[in-house]
Design a protein around this ligand. Structure first.
Ligand code: ADP
Ligand code: GN1
Ligand code: MG
Length: 367
């Protein structure tokens, strides 16, 4: 679809210019564009069309984002960091809002483009894994004194596995795309693990795990590393809301420990890179040890199994519903993603004890 980019950009308080627009990034939800004025020293902007099928309350979402970036900027300034580089900067519209709704009901926002940074879909080095741990651990730490009650749930029950399984079962019953007959084996496998995956919500209800402000979408390409390969900025703040810290740990590990892509077709290439798990854990615990409880430490491994499992449930639900949620790039993409996540989950299950031991050792090393 073609948009009136010049008209959209003109709504925002940017520098003047004859901008060039190009598609950017590999996110599954929003449409992202780089907006650059070729004649200018200015690094440019990122323009995003926020997915309003996925996010039903965009005013509330942008309010959350403002609270979060303002809080992070203040904390980072206090500790001598550079808030312009280390935190996303929202560009206001000329009317003083942080998003613009066009005549076709598309919602747009702009942030400063962070030049000389890179996001990675696949993690290959120990430095990247360690920096990922520092990034998400520090993110939780810096937000630990922001009142969770200030934030709305931008997607209600987003990482609530009980609700995800409820939706999965509805999709199976509805079978609206007529695909259930192809995926009986996958459905049976996921159902066989459903009870075991309920630990985190149970511990939460029993007040054994505290609700904190978490990122909730910590796949590795949601951080930007600088030229030296160190963490610069955590991005993709649409899902920052109250959650359990094991969600962030588990979803980051999902993308870090896997030697293959999230949607890898050749299941034999999906293996665990355990040294990367150790590095991420070291970085993460170094930032969170001051507030993490024993119960939370124990919950981290639950998150490591839960997040790939939940991802498989979500991809298969979308496949059954006819690919309405995630961007797909070919027919059967959501099914291929499901297979890859189930495979990852199965190997994680087999290696559970070894990973638990690493977590405990790294925790003891820090004491
Ligand atoms: P999505 O929700 O679709 O994943 P993201 O907010 O993660 O959207 O942005 C998509 C990609 O754009 C990121 O993975 C990253 O590569 C890039 N990106 C996002 N924000 C910035 C920024 N401010 N500066 C540089 N690159 C960015
Ligand atoms: C989506 O937006 P993106 O691509 O960073 C999704 C995450 C999934 C992820 C799987 C709002 O993240 O929950 O874990 O795809 N975001 C939303 O790759 O649903
Ligand atoms: Mg993203």
């Amino acid at each position: 679809m073609l948009y009136d980019f010049a008209g959209i950009i003109a709504q925002f308080n940017t520098e003047e210019g004859d901008f060039e627009i190009s598609g950017f990034g590999s996110g599954h939800i929003n449409d992202t564009y780089l907006v650059k004025n070729p004649g200018s020293e200015h690094p440019g902007y990122l323009l995003q069309k926020i997915n309003s099928f996925v996010f039903k309350n965009i005013g509330g979402l942008m309010n959350n984002m403002l609270y979060v970036v303002n809080h992070l900027k203040q904390k980072i300034s206090e500790t001598g960091g550079n808030p312009d580089k280390e935190v996303l900067t929202l560009i206001p519209t000329k009317k003083g809002k942080y998003y613009y709704k066009d005549q076709q009901d598309n919602y747009w926002r702009m942030t400063c483009f962070l030049a000389d940074t890179k996001s990675y879909d696949l993690v290959t080095t120990k430095q990247q894994a360690y920096q990922g741990g520092v990034a998400f651990g520090r993110f939780q730490y810096l937000l630990s004194d922001l009142d969770p009650a200030l934030l709305i749930d931008t997607i209600p029950d987003f990482l609530n596995i009980e609700k995800r399984l409820f939706d999965f079962r509805k999709a199976i019953e509805g079978d609206t795309a007529g695909r259930l007959k192809e995926v009986k084996e996958e459905v049976d496998f996921l159902n066989s693990r459903a009870t075991a995956m309920n630990e985190i919500p149970k511990l939460g209800r029993a007040n054994i795990l505290p609700l904190r402000i978490t990122h909730n979408d910590t796949k590795f390409n949601n951080i930007l590393l600088d030229k030296e390969g160190n963490i610069q900025c955590v991005i993709d703040l649409d899902t920052v809301m109250p959650g359990y810290i094991a969600f962030d740990f588990g979803d980051a590990i999902r993308t870090i420990i896997n030697t293959a892509a999230e949607d890898e077709a050749d299941l034999n290439t999906i293996q665990l890179n355990i040294p990367l798990f150790t590095e991420f854990t070291k970085g993460y615990l170094s930032e969170t040890r001051s507030f993490l409880t024993e119960a939370e430490l124990k919950s981290l491994m639950m998150g490591v199994l839960l997040l790939p499992y939940m991802q498989a449930v979500r991809f298969l639900t979308d496949y059954l519903e006819g690919d309405v949620y995630y961007k797909t790039h070919f027919a059967g993409h959501n099914l291929q993603r499901t297979h890859a996540q189930i495979q990852l989950f199965k190997i994680l299950e087999l290696n559970k004890t070894e990973l638990e031991n690493i977590l405990q050792t790294e925790w003891n090393n820090l004491k």
